[in-house]
Design a protein around this ligand. Sequence first.
Ligand SMILES: Nc1ncnc2c1ncn2[C@@H]1O[C@H](COP(=O)(O)OP(=O)(O)OP(=O)(O)O)[C@@H](O)[C@H]1O
Ligand SMILES: [Mg+2]
Length: 260
Amino acid sequence: MPSIKIKNISKSYVSSDGEDVLALKNIDLEIRDGEFVCIVGPSGCGKSTLLEIVAGLQKQTAGEVLLDDVPVNGTSRDIGVVFQDAALFPWRTVKKNILFGMETAGISRKEQEEKLEKYLQLMNLKGFENKYPAQLSGGMRQRAGIARTLIMEPKVTLMDEPFSAVDHLTRCTLQEELIRLRQQEKKTVLFVTHDINEAVYLADRVILLSARPSVVQEEYVIDAPFPRSRSDDYLVQLVARIVADISRGAEKTSEVEYMI
Ligand SMILES: Nc1ncnc2c1ncn2[C@@H]1O[C@H](COP(=O)(O)OP(=O)(O)OP(=O)(O)O)[C@@H](O)[C@H]1O
Ligand SMILES: [Mg+2]
């Protein structure tokens, strides 16, 4: 059963010179329960906009988003979001940061402590719970940010380039952790990245959005079991194919602009 249905979503913005900019055009997508879907596409095509609409953080111009067949109208505890920068509260310890949402939701201390233990383990943060964000590495801060979202046990998790602010090695470690996590927890995830290697390494399915006005240009099912190898021929060829499709999409856009 699809847990997220994105139905005919369009979004236009008014630019600073007063013109309508069509960012997303008639986007139709379904993400099944437990599926991990990556969205890729050229910079500025509307990936973040689409994620924010699904999160209920922005209103679409047309169309609707359904979570388990219920329309999304604003933010909800069922939808967790992780952004590029974990943006932890610097004056709170790791533990207090992770528990922030649960405290606000008035969840009992006992349940908070039990869940905290589980998510500290899952995100490899055991022993760091009493540290402050400034005492952590960038990768650890990002893991704490992910734990803060996951501890609320949302039905779906949306991630917008969550690993783009960390160095390459940390990024690889975080990718491994995300794979381990989803094998254990089978979470539904919608993940935005501009890194095609990352998308192909993590996802069950990759959606390519075209340049603006953005439509679903292509869809790729990643038919490779976990654990995957980054140098696997099938994955390497798939990356090359997606990169070629992005360039083809960009050529088409410039032809259209030229014709206008
Ligand atoms: N608040 C806003 N007001 C006006 N235009 C906006 C606004 N937010 C985004 N846009 C425009 O909408 C388009 C899509 O932006 P968006 O941030 O969703 O792209 P993106 O695919 O996430 O880009 P990137 O890969 O660089 O993160 C861009 O052209 C952007 O300039
Ligand atoms: Mg973006």
